[in-house]
Design a protein around this ligand. Structure first.
Ligand code: AMP
Ligand code: ZN
Length: 460
C-alpha cells in the first residue's frame, strides 16, 4: 500500500519510502517541561500518535522506532524553578520542577489515548553527544568559539534556509533582534553558552574553560542522532518550530555528519487557536490539557475533537465542537466496547494513507456507523479510542445522578406545578437552580396523554 505524506522540505505530497522498512524511524520534538502542557501542545502528540499507529499497521509494530524527547534544559525552566522553589538550591529546584512537570505531562497525555513512544530521551542525559557535536562542528569549520560560546556559522552552509524556504539574505534583512557583538553573522546561532551562577552547568566543548550548557537546537540533533542515526525517515513538530528550531537542527546535524539531509521527510502540524483567538495567557483563553480533563471532558473526546481537523490546517478549538465530539463518541461507545478485534476498516486506512486525512477517516467512520458495520469498534480502537475515558465519564455521571435523584425529583415536580399555574418566573427559577446543580432538563410531550414530561441528566 502507498502512504502519501506532505513534506515541508519539498512543499509537496509524495510517496513515503522508508530508508529501512524493517526499522522506520521518526523523531518528534517534545515538550519543554516547566508548566502544564496546553491543548496546543496536545496537537503534535495526538497527530504523530496517529502516524505512529499507521506506520505500525503498515510496517509491523516491531518495525517502527518513534522518539519523542523531553527538553529539560532551557532558560524558561531555570527561571520557573527559581520562582517556584526559592527555598531550594538551583539544581534541586530544577530537578524537582522538571520531574514534576514531566510526570504531569505523562498523566495528561495518557488520557488522550496515545501510545508511549519507543524512546523518550531527556536532554540532560545526552550532554556528551551535544559536546561531541559542538567539537566536530568547530573542527570542521562550521562553528566557532567566541566569548565562551560556541556559535554556528550559517555562512558556512550554502543551503541554510532550505526548510523554511528563505535565503540567508532575506533572513538577515528581516533580523530584528539585537545582534550579540561576538557573533560573526547576525543569523549565527548558539550551540553552547556559558552558565551563569545557579544555572545547570557541564564541562564545555572546544577548549572553553568555563562550564556551560547547550542551546536548544543542539539537544534535538544529539538525541535524534543517538537514537535514530545520522539520517532518518521522519521529523515532526508544530509549524512554529520550522524556523529557527528545525532549520538549525538540520544545519547542525548535516554539517556535523556530512549528510545531504537530516531526515527525508519533515512534517508540521498547524496551529491551534481557541474560540477564534490566538491562545495566550494575557487573553485569558489559555487552556491546559489538565484543566479540560478536570472539567470532565473525557480524554478521548479531546483526541477526537483534535482529529476532526486535518493536521496541516489551523484548528479552532471551541466548546461547541467539543460538545459535538462528545455526542458522536458517546453514540459509538457501545461499538467500541463490543469490538471484535478485527483489523481496522480499509476505507479508514486509505483515508489516513492520504497525508493523514483524519476528517475523511471520520467521514468513513460515520459511514460504518450508519451501515451498522461491525468493523466500527475495532477501527476506533485502532485509532486510539479504547472507550476507557468514555466509560469512566458515564459511570461518574450515573453515580452523580443516583446521588442527586432525591433532591432533583421534588424540584422537577414543583417546576411542573408552577408551569401548570402559568407561574413561568418560578418555573424558570427552578430550572436555573437545577442548572446550577449541574442538571439539564428535557421536556417532552406525551403523545397519548398530552402531558409534559420532564427527564433530566447530569451535565458534564
Ligand atoms: P513547546 O513545549 O512550546 O516547545 O511545544 C511543544 C510542541 O507543541 C511543539 O511541537 C510545538 O510546535 C507545539 N505547539 C505549541 N503551541 C501550539 C499550538 N498553539 N498549536 C499547535 N501546536 C503547538
Ligand atoms: Zn527539536
Amino acid at each position: 500500500m502507498v502512504l502519501r505524506l506532505y513534506n515541508t522540505l519539498t512543499r509537496q505530497k509524495g510517496d513515503f519510502q522508508p530508508i529501512d522498512p524493517s526499522n522506520v524511524r521518526m523523531y518528534v520534538c517534545g515538550p519543554t517541561v516547566y508548566d502544564y502542557a496546553h491543548i496546543g501542545n496536545a496537537r503534535p502528540v495526538i497527530v504523530f500518535d496517529v502516524l505512529f499507529r499507521l506506520l505500525r499497521h503498515i510496517y509491523g509494530p516491531d518495525h517502527v522506532t518513534y522518539v519523542r524527547n523531553i527538553t529539560d534544559v532551557d532558560d524558561k525552566i531555570n527561571a520557573r524553578a527559581a520562582e517556584r522553589y526559592p527555598e531550594l538550591a538551583p539544581e534541586a529546584a530544577i530537578r524537582k520542577l522538571t520531574e514534576e512537570t514531566a510526570a504531569q505531562f505523562h498523566k495528561d497525555i495518557a488520557a488522550l489515548g496515545v501510545l508511549a513512544p519507543t524512546v523518550e530521551p531527556r536532554a540532560t542525559e545526552h550532554i556528551l553527544e551535544m559536546v561531541e557535536l559542538c567539537d566536530t562542528l568547530v573542527k570542521n569549520g562550521h562553528a566557532y568559539v567566541a566569548a565562551d560560546h560556541v556559535l554556528f556559522d550559517v555562512s558556512s552552509m550554502p543551503d541554510y534556509g532550505r526548510l523554511s524556504n528563505r535565503s540567508l539574505e532575506e533572513m538577515e534583512a528581516g533580523a530584528r533582534v539585537e545582534v550579540a557583538p561576538y557573533k560573526k553573522g547576525p543569523m549565527d546561532f548558539v550551540l553552547w553558552k556559558p552558565s551563569k551562577p545557579g544555572e545547570p552547568a557541564w564541562p564545555s566543548p572546544a577548549g572553553i574553560k568555563v562550564p556551560g550548557r547547550p542551546g536548544w537546537h543542539i539537544e534535538c540533533s544529539a538525541m535524534s542522532w543517538k537514537h535514530l542515526g545520522k539520517v532518518f525517515d521522519i521529523h515532526g513538530g508544530g509549524i512554529d518550530l520550522t524556523f529557527p528550531h528545525h532549520e538549525n537542527e538540520i544545519a547542525q546535524s548535516r554539517c556535523a555528519h556530512g549528510t545531504p539531509v537530516m531526515a527525508n521527510l519533515w512534517m508540521h502540524n498547524g496551529f491551534l487557536q481557541v474560540e477564534g483567538e490566538k491562545m495566550s495567557k494575557s487573553l485569558g483563553n489559555f487552556i491546559t490539557i489538565h484543566e479540560l480533563l478536570e472539567d470532565g471532558w473525557p480524554g478521548e473526546v479531546l483526541r477526537f475533537n483534535m482529529l476532526r481537523t486535518h493536521y496541516r490546517q489551523p484548528i479552532d478549538w471551541t466548546k461547541k465542537s467539543l460538545e459535538e465530539s462528545a455526542r458522536i463518541l458517546d453514540s459509538w461507545r457501545p461499538a467500541i466496547e463490543t469490538a471484535n478485534g478485527n483489523a481496522p476498516a480499509q476505507s479508514v486506512i486509505d483515508a489516513l494513507a492520504d497525508d493523514l486525512n483524519t476528517p475523511a477517516a471520520i467521514a468513513e467512520l460515520h459511514k460504518l456507523a450508519n451501515a451498522g458495520d461491525p468493523g466500527l469498534g475495532s477501527t476506533l480502537r485502532f485509532l486510539g479510542f479504547s472507550g476507557e475515558t468514555l466509560r469512566a465519564k458515564a459511570e461518574k455521571q450515573a453515580e452523580t445522578a443516583g446521588a442527586m435523584a432525591d433532591r432533583v425529583a421534588p424540584l422537577i415536580a414543583a417546576r411542573l406545578e408552577a408551569r401548570k399555574r402559568k407561574d413561568f418566573a418560578e418555573s424558570d427559577r427552578i430550572r436555573d437552580e437545577l442548572s446550577a446543580m449541574g442538571i439539564a432538563l428535557k421536556d417532552t410531550k406525551n403523545k397519548q396523554t398530552g402531558e409534559i414530561e420532564t427527564t433530566w441528566e447530569v451535565m458534564r
